[in-house]
Design a binder for this molecule. Structure first.
Ligand code: GLP
Length: 261
């Protein structure tokens, strides 16, 4: 796991966009994994800016979102499918049908989850997966006590996550759906490269567990310690509880020129 502490969200966005740009340059048909939440916004803004500048194209790429609320109407602005379109996909040149998400309105939920796994496999798997992290250590919507071997399935959101996300629903926690569909931890672990981004003090405890804690379903993100290629991009506040922070800084400062993230 490579831990990189940067000054702010803009620097984090630039480092992640460099990796995604390099991937698309060597593999225009790349498959990207997209996360919602506020953390990845700087990445999407940077990629959209680079697209506007003619530096990157998504025309042959595909994308898969991580998760979706169950039961939000198709036109609800907080439906993750709509969020990803608004904040990123519609700002660049993905082909029609190239952005996929689990169907939170399916009548056959297990069937929809299986179909999503099939679509991911048929696309050849995710090349770079962007991840945020919840204050309770969830990734995508894999809440504490999630199976570390889980695949795409329905989950119940914790009260903490619904309170955290109430800000997107006018501050009304009761308006936040209680169920979601989410890629499982094993699904996420199948991606070739995971880039997790976190900013702010509220993430410091979860980041501490992710990087330095024992692997436990109580802090689901800790399963990433088993992945061979994980990059964790943090600001100072999110990194503030890391015991080995000086070592991570020294490692990044001394990184060989030829080595990408
Ligand atoms: C949400 C999403 C996650 C996201 C996390 C953190 O509930 N399902 O994919 O990483 O919570 O969100 P934020 O970045 O807004 O703090």
């Amino acid at each position: 796991m490579e831990v990189i502490v940067l000054q702010n969200a803009e620097e984090i966005g630039a480092v992640a966009a460099d990796a995604i740009g390099a991937l698309l340059h060597r593999k225009p048909t790349a498959v990207l994994g997209l996360a919602t939440g506020s953390s990845p916004m700087a990445i999407y803004d940077e990629l959209a800016a680079r697209f506007d500048a003619g530096m990157v194209s998504f025309a042959q790429a595909q994308a898969f979102t991580l998760d979706e609320y169950v039961g939000l109407p198709a036109d609800h602005p907080e439906r993750y499918w709509n969020v990803i379109n608004a904040v990123f996909a519609s700002r660049v040149d993905f082909a029609a049908g190239a952005v996929h998400g689990p169907d939170g309105l399916a009548t056959d939920i297990p069937g929809a989850c299986a179909a999503y796994e099939d679509a991911l496999r048929d696309a050849g798997g995710v090349d770079i997966q962007i991840l945020g992290i919840g204050t309770d250590g969830h990734v995508a919507f894999n809440e504490p006590a999630s199976s570390l071997a889980s695949r795409t399935r329905i989950k119940t959101l914790t009260r903490q996550t619904r309170e955290d996300n109430a800000r997107f629903f006018g501050g009304d926690v009761d308006a936040v759906p209680s169920h979601c569909l989410t890629q499982g931890l094993a699904t996420i672990m199948s991606a070739a490269h995971l880039i997790l981004v976190a900013t702010g003090h509220r993430k410091a405890e979860a980041v501490h567990h992710l990087v330095e804690g024992p692997i436990s379903a109580l802090w689901p993100a800790t399963v990433l310690q088993h992945h061979p290629h994980v990059t964790v991009l943090l600001d100072e506040d999110a990194a503030s509880r890391l015991a080995l922070i000086d070592y991570y800084r020294e490692t990044y400062r001394g990184k060989p020129e030829w080595q990408d993230i």
